[in-house]
Design a protein around this ligand. Structure first.
Ligand code: NAD
Length: 472
């Protein structure tokens, strides 16, 4: 067994989780494979009813699960509620797609009959990170169920408890074997799942290094992968922007929500030199209003980082920024200074005066420290934004809408927001995913269904005699 600790009081054990070995993973995959034909054969109405029941089960015991999630993950309670609410929301949204999944396109013409249809892929492995474990798991589970696939889910070893509770409830509302859970780590459990030859698609959400390993493991069986990986999202504040309270508050919320541990948080700001001083000053003022403490304390605006290792990594980036001559400003307020050292707490920081090549600008910091760099021309800003191995999301800020959209078209990212950069701005109606080393594939809505089904053609030719073929 493996103990799950509370990031706000690191000595407290919130619960325990098993570490599934390859034999247990194999049993789970076999159970999913055995359930797959029956689940795939449901009618549209039966599948819609099943997903409705699943959505109901996902909502059970909501407040206790939200508290559990905050205790294991650290984030503030309202964020845990948003995370948990993702499961019923996504199940309901995917219910709407079931009819379209089942629809066949039939073309009868002089050549014969051509039927184009979608088949479920079969067993889908869903590998989940710790930052938004429930919502991110259901980003894959909900479309997989709607598509007629069965799933084996591997939660993160750092925050498995709330997700596992939801999965138990949801799986009890569905036929046996449709949802399976294998708790465990990445190197053993995750690897065994990604490498299993019966798994037909691996939907992985996590860091780029883990995604690379998963792709390698899946390659052995030519298993398809959907990879939702890390990001280093730039925000470009153009000369045509108005630097007001609304703008800096939006930048602050994007960068520091969940202590910066969001895949598409703003992770670097490029601002036109004419606004640089004003933006840094105004952003510092609103960031200074943040309070850092236990996520269950209603006075906390942000909680701790997930682990001691994460805290060390982010503190090292802050130290490095100071050592290379940057101006590092610590902001915000400790809610419980006496209990500060008990958790993995870190106040929000702004950093200026460091170059594009510095570690803080180049890395995915995944923590509450934000670099701000000036630019002189928009071409320079676009080049700086694109100077990254990542390409998840980005944002352009301007009061000239058309101009902002034109700049957005030049940015290498799966999503470029205009005058917004927030979780929720990309919802179930908008395909989401990364370019470059931020990932492969798209989730959300029909794009998610396409990832989790295969197109099948059924063909009868009435003109077979006229088709080209080998000489008689
Ligand atoms: P991680 O890669 O360490 O772990 C993610 C999951 O993969 C965990 O369940 C882990 O056990 C498993 N895993 C790790 N190595 C594995 C391997 N070799 N084989 C199989 N499974 C393995 O990531 P994390 O620290 O949990 O999450 C943070 C990262 O996730 C950040 O980089 C963040 O940007 C990214 N993320 C991306 C998105 C997105 O939608 N693009 C969403 C959330 C988080």
């Amino acid at each position: 067994m493996h103990a799950v600790h509370n990031p706000a009081r690191a000595r407290d054990i919130v619960g325990e989780s098993a570490l599934a070995d390859a034999a247990l993973v194999d049993r789970a995959v076999r159970a999913a494979a055995a359930a797959a034909p029956g689940w795939a054969a449901l009618t549209v109405t039966e599948r819609r009813d099943a997903l409705k029941a699943a959505a109901g089960a996902a909502l059970e015991d909501f407040e206790n699960r939200a508290r559990l999630l905050t205790n294991e993950q650290g984030k503030v309670l309202w964020e845990s509620m948003v995370d948990l609410a993702g499961a019923p929301y996504l199940l309901r949204e995917c219910r709407r797609l079931i009819e379209r999944v089942a629809a066949e396109e039939i073309v009868d013409d002089e050549r014969g009959r051509f039927v184009r249809r979608r088949r479920p892929v079969g067993v889908v492995a869903v590998i989940v990170p710790w930052n938004y474990p429930v919502l991110l798991a259901f980003n894959a589970i909900a479309p997989a169920l709607a598509a007629g696939d069965t799933v084996v889910v591997k939660p993160s070893e750092l925050a498995p408890l709330a997700l596992t509770a939801v999965l138990h409830a949801v799986s009890a509302a569905l036929p046996d074997g449709v949802i399976n859970v294998v708790p465990g780590d990445g190197a053993q459990t995750g690897h065994a799942l990604a490498a299993h030859p019966t798994v037909r698609r691996v939907m992985f959400t996590g860091g780029t290094a883990g995604g690379r390993e998963v792709m390698r493991a899946a390659a052995e069986s030519i298993t398809g992968v959907g990879l939702e990986l890390g990001g280093n999202d730039p925000a470009l504040v153009l000369e045509s922007a108005v630097v007001d309270d609304a703008l800096v508050t939006a930048l602050r919320n994007s960068a520091f929500t969940c202590s910066g541990q969001v895949c598409f948080a703003i992770k670097r700001i490029y601002v036109h030199r004419s606004h640089f001083g004003d933006l840094v000053e105004a952003l510092a003022a609103v960031t200074d209003q943040l309070t850092v403490g236990d996520g269950l304390d209603p006075a906390s605006s942000i909680g701790p980082l997930i682990s001691a290792a994460a805290l060390d990594r982010v503190q090292a980036l802050i130290r490095d920024s100071a050592e290379i001559g940057g101006t590092v400003t610590e902001l915000g307020r400790k809610l419980d200074p006496a209990g500060w050292e008990r958790g993995h707490f870190l106040l929000p920081h702004l950093v200026t005066g460091i170059p594009q090549q510095s570690r803080l600008v180049a890395a995915e910091q995944f923590g509450p420290v934000l670099p701000i760099l000036p630019f002189d021309t928009e071409n320079e800003a676009i080049a700086l934004a694109n100077d990254s191995e990542y390409g998840l999301a980005a944002s352009v800020w301007s009061r000239d809408d058309e101009h902002a959209f034109a700049v957005a078209r030049g940015i290498e990212a799966g999503t470029v927001f205009v005058n917004v950069h927030a979780a929720g701005a990309s919802d179930h109606t908008t395909p989401f995913g990364g370019v470059k080393q931020s990932g492969i594939g798209r989730i959300n809505g029909w794009a998610g269904i396409e990832e989790l089904t295969e197109t099948q053609m059924l063909i009868r030719r009435d003109d077979a005699a006229n088709l080209p073929g080998p000489p008689a």
